[in-house]
Design a binder for this molecule. Structure first.
Ligand SMILES: *[C@@H]1O[C@H](CO)[C@@H](O)[C@H](O)[C@H]1NC(C)=O
Ligand SMILES: *[C@@H]1O[C@H](CO)[C@@H](O)[C@H](O)[C@H]1NC(C)=O
Ligand SMILES: *[C@@H]1O[C@H](CO)[C@@H](O)[C@H](O)[C@H]1NC(C)=O
Length: 413
């Protein structure tokens, strides 16, 4: 909302000649009430073929009662230069929120964020719907070209002292899963965590894998090694996840949005309402019996009831290479949000051929797409099945506002 009024901060002389347009620009500058900070994760060292899957707790993050407006991230080297996905594939990064008892040692989270449930820790989850996907933010290879900003007057609220249990403090955890594919025998295979390339037959905790498990996260855990070409050497690199957070200090005119994450592998049951999100799935190569008029497309759908409704403010899908689009529908087929991947065409960071470098997003006019309490929704995820894929994903994030702006809150922004 831009009004052609004269903010009192202007010097009088300049004012007299300012056009409305110039004032508009000034108001955008005024939005430097938006704070912005760039942080680096702890360093991780990558050698050809190495995998890291790290959990960094108590990361640098804006403190206090805030309304988060965007969260962007990318992998950079020691000089701050963005690293190509062809060198270091960013399988995913996730950021989660938790409370920790003041004075306790914040150590138990070094591996699995699900191990947070001790009395000293409390995981602050998103609003739903998968129990094992509690993160606030998270994307993968598409992170550089995927819009994450939350439009005004909405924001993701955090750090509200009234919500933090007495004796606890709020912190953030970052999970980075990256795979170095320099010199890889089969680069796509490494990024899809094909077990044969990792020579892995047991999982991270020493449990044997199902014989039919061909690939996925169970085969590319921290410190596993993907096969590289004979004799290929390349120096280790120190890398970081560089993340940029934009936020407002909380003001009453901001409206909070809830974060929902849906998973195409969720086997939601009407009988008990339980969500079982497996996160990954496989795409079989098409054959004469599965090829359709559109060619080799694997379409997966699942439906579930939205626990609580609200207005959709933002939507985006997460898919892996081979993905060709995902959408959230109402039961009658009307589209709530459709999110399509774009693939790189070159080699430089942000334009890597063969990789999803961005996902399109939805910013419906607030109020135009309202989900009702208990409404049945349908999630759809399409992949090309012209070849087999292991460990692919089909997540969908939406931000939902239960409140719409009143005239009053609009004019304050
Ligand atoms: C694969 O793992 C087996 C057993 O852990 C080991 O004996 C073998 O040398 C490994 N092969 C390669 C190529 O690393
Ligand atoms: C997925 O594929 C099906 C079948 O080809 C098509 O009807 C649908 O529109 C596709 N959905 C998206 C989101 O691209
Ligand atoms: C990506 O790389 C291709 C091939 O080099 C080039 O033609 C294209 O302009 C690049 N795209 C962007 C967005 O830089």
């Amino acid at each position: 909302m831009v009004k052609c009024q004269v903010p009192w901060v202007y010097s009088l002389a300049a004012l007299l000649i300012l056009s409305c347009e110039i004032i508009k620009a000034q108001i955008i500058q005024d939005e430097t009430m938006i704070k912005s900070a760039v942080y680096l994760s702890p360093e991780f060292v990558m050698k050809p073929g190495t995998v890291i899957n790290r959990f960094y707790h108590n990361i640098d993050f804006p403190r206090g009662h805030i309304g988060i407006k965007s969260f962007n991230a990318e992998v950079v080297d020691e000089d701050g230069v963005p690293v190509s996905l062809q060198d270091t594939y960013l399988h995913h990064w996730l950021v989660g929120r938790y409370y920790v008892r003041i004075g306790s040692e914040d150590k138990g989270l070094s591996r699995n964020p699900n191990s947070l449930d001790k009395s000293d820790f409390m995981w602050v989850r998103n609003t739903g719907v998968c129990e094992n996907l509690g993160q606030y933010f998270g994307l993968g290879s598409e992170t550089r070209k995927t819009a994450t900003h939350v439009p005004d007057p909405y924001a993701i609220e955090a750090g509200n002292a009234a919500e933090i249990p007495p004796g606890y403090e709020e912190r953030w955890i970052l999970n980075v899963h990256a795979i170095d594919t320099r010199g890889a025998v089969d680069r796509l295979g490494c990024t899809e965590c094909k077990c044969s390339l990792y020579n892995v037959t047991i999982d991270e905790y020493g449990r044997p894998l199902r014989p039919d498990y061909e690939g996925g996260l169970l085969c590319c855990y921290d410190q596993t090694q993907c096969r590289v070409k004979e004799g290929f050497t390349n120096s280790p690199r120190k890398l970081y996840l560089r993340y940029t957070v934009k936020w407002f200090d909380w003001v009453e005119s901001l409206l909070p949005v809830k974060i929902y994450i849906f998973d195409i592998t969720d086997t939601w049951k009407t009988s008990n309402g339980k969500h079982d999100c497996k996160v990954e799935y496989e795409i079989s190569q098409c054959d004469s019996s599965t090829v359709s008029a559109n060619g080799c497309i694997d379409t997966k759908r699942m439906s579930f009831n939205m626990p609580r409704g609200g207005n959709v403010i933002y939507g985006v899908a997460h898919q892996h290479s081979g993905g060709i689009g995902s959408a959230l529908y109402r039961k009658d087929g009307r589209v709530i949000c459709s999110s399509l991947p774009s693939y790189g065409k070159g080699t430089e960071a942000g334009n890597e051929s063969g990789y999803i470098v961005g996902m399109s997003t939805c910013y419906p006019d607030p109020g135009s797409i309202k989900i009702y309490d208990g409404e049945t929704l349908v999630l759809e995820s399409n992949y090309s099945s012209s070849r087999k894929h292991t460990g692919v994903m089909g997540l969908f994030y939406i931000l939902v506002a239960e409140q719409l702006p009143t005239q009053k809150s609009l004019s304050l922004l």
